[in-house]
Every structure is written in C-alpha cells, then in structure tokens.
Design a protein around this ligand. Sequence first.
Ligand code: GDD
Ligand code: MG
Length: 361
Amino acid sequence: MKAIILVGGYGTRLRPLTLTVPKPLVEFANRPMILHQIEALAQAGVTDIVLAVNYRPEVMVSTLQKYEREFGVHITFSVEEEPLDTAGPLKLAEKTLKKDNSPFFVLNSDVICEYPFKALAEFHRAHGGMGTIVATKVDEPSKYGVIVHDLKVPNLIDRFVEKPKEFVGNRINAGIYILNPEVIDLIELKPTSIEKETFPILVNKRSLYSFDLEGFWMDVGQPKDYLAGTGLYLKSLRRKNPALLSAGGNVLGDALIDPTAVIAPSAKIGPDVVIGANVEIGDGVRIEKSVVLANSTIMEHSLIKDTLIGWHSTVGRWCRLEGVTVLGDDVKVKDEIYVNGGKVLPHKTISVNVPQEAIIM
Ligand code: GDD
Ligand code: MG
C-alpha cells in the first residue's frame, strides 16, 4: 500500500520551535512527530510513503533515511516549487500514488491518535465509494473541517464545511483519508485545497464517506493543543502499554522520561510530562503538564507548568513558567524569573519577568 503525508506549510503556529526545526521533526513524546505516523503506516503494511514538502528538505532527508531502514519502508520526497496546498501535492505525486490501482492514504502531518489504518482500508473497500475521511468529535469545531451526514445512507457525507463560521456540527475531519487513485484525476497541478475544492466534488458525486475514530485525537500543530495532546497520548499509553511510562518515587501520574535524563531525587515530575534526552533537572523542581525537549536544564526549585521548553535551553533557580509559555532553541531564563504565556525566540536571554502573553524577540 501507499501513503502521502502532507508536510508543507511553515508550521507558523508552532513557533518558536519551528524556527529551528521543521514541524514534522519536532519531537512529540520524545520522537519526531512524523515518526509516529511512519511507524503506524509501516505496521499497517504500507511500503511506499511520499512526503509532500514545499521547502528545502535536506534536514529531513538525512533524518528519514534512517527510518527507511528501521521500518522497512520506501520514503520519497515530492518537492513543490510553490506551495500546492492540500490537494495539489497529490497531483504532483501522481506517478507513485497511481503505481498500482489500489487506494492510498493521505495524512496531515500534525495529527496524533491511535491511527486506524487497517480498519480504515477495510471499511473503505466495503462501501465502494471514492474516498473515506476519518472523523472525530471535538468541542470547538470552528478550527477544523466539519462533516455533515446524509441521514439516509449510513456514513455517507452530505456536506463538508472547512472552518465553519456558524455551527453546523461537531464531527470533524481528523486529517486522515483513504482515496481511490481516480480522485487524482479531479485535481489540477496548481494550488488546490482538498478540503474546499476536492471534497465538495466527491460529496456531489455521493462518493465520500466517513469512518469514526476510536480513542483520542489531537492536531498538535499549536502549543496549547500540543500540550493537551501530550496528556491524551500518555493516557492512552497508560491503557495500552504502561511499561513504556516512567515510574519512580518522584513521578506523579503519567510521565515519559528519557533514560538519559538526570533528575534530582527531590524533584517532582508529572502528571502529563515528557522529558527529553540529556535533560537535567535540579533539586526541588516541580514540573506538570509540560514538555522539556532534549538537552535542556531546569535548575533548583523552579516550577514549570503548562509549558513547552525547546532544546538546549536553561531555566535558572526559583523560576516560575506557566500559561502556555514556549521557549525556543537555546533560550536562557535567569534566576527568579516569572514567565506567563511568553513565546521566546531562539537564543534569547530572559532577565525580566513576563507577566502576560508576549512574544520575546
Ligand atoms: N505539501 C504541502 N504543501 N503541505 C501543505 C501545504 C502545502 O502547500 N499547506 C498545508 N500543508 C500541510 C500541513 O503541513 C498539514 O500537515 C496539512 O497540510 C494541513 O494543514 P494545516 O495548516 O495543519 O491545516 P489545519 O490544521 O488548519 O486544518 C486541516 O486539518 C484539520 C485537522 O487537524 C484541515 O484538513 C481540516 O479540515 C482538518 O479538520
Ligand atoms: Mg493542522
């Protein structure tokens, strides 16, 4: 089987992390985001994966060659000269996606869930339509594409509304599809939105169905959702594979701590915390609902809550970081500093309090 992962866009909503690392390579639960998807695709029997990118992919090429071997998949890059939006990349990769006559998967690169690829493929074949969208329920549907059903035919989609201004329903597009190769014939090689242009054509042909996702789902393309998604991911790990979670006297609730991290015995970690490789955490530190990426240091007695700390950063002693604060790569926070909802650009030093949401550049 084949799949295309849409990895274009600049990941602007995940700045400042994406100023130094492309979004698909930003770690989620200590592994590059895209690796969660590649692994699940490989497990479902996918052998060819196209990564649709619209920037120079050199960093990604070298990282991903490693995973080709690890997962036994063939990864190719399809590079756009201009951003082709969410449908154009399918046309550009037509040759690979039409290689045999079987349906192919399409993935947004920033969605995290228990990927249901095998069940999705079976469901798709059984209804015989041209496409199937994975659907999930959310409380705030206006940020997503909303699916409205035909009440007479089970799972047939009657309307697809991208980012609706008025409430039309709360079952949304989870950013995972399976499509028949002939769908590519409906797309031209130019910037085209699959959500606004291609799906409505399939809806008119009465050939687009939805498949209900079980378990958690999150688009982790912005800091608040990334942190919420981390909590949901750890909860699902607790249910499915608790041995992978960290345990110990200073761990509270669900936490994932890289084995190379050094944590002082009197620090308290959790719940809903991920600590990356080579992180150092001092005495009396308290971390909850937060992620500390690789090679960062949190010094004694600091409190880190609802915060995302980028790589190679240092937080001093007796600091308090909260309110969806995000530190970019190589940030230094001096001792006794309070940051509430600050987004701090790479290589900055913070020596005065940031009491309100602000971008520090
Ligand atoms: N190759 C390529 N080229 N990829 C692109 C481009 C482009 O020009 N533009 C966007 N993408 C990729 C993004 O990297 C992402 O993986 C995916 O297409 C969707 O773009 P987002 O910017 O993340 O869209 P969204 O989150 O606002 O909405 C989409 O995802 C929701 C689920 O998370 C839509 O598909 C919604 O309908 C959906 O509900
Ligand atoms: Mg998104």
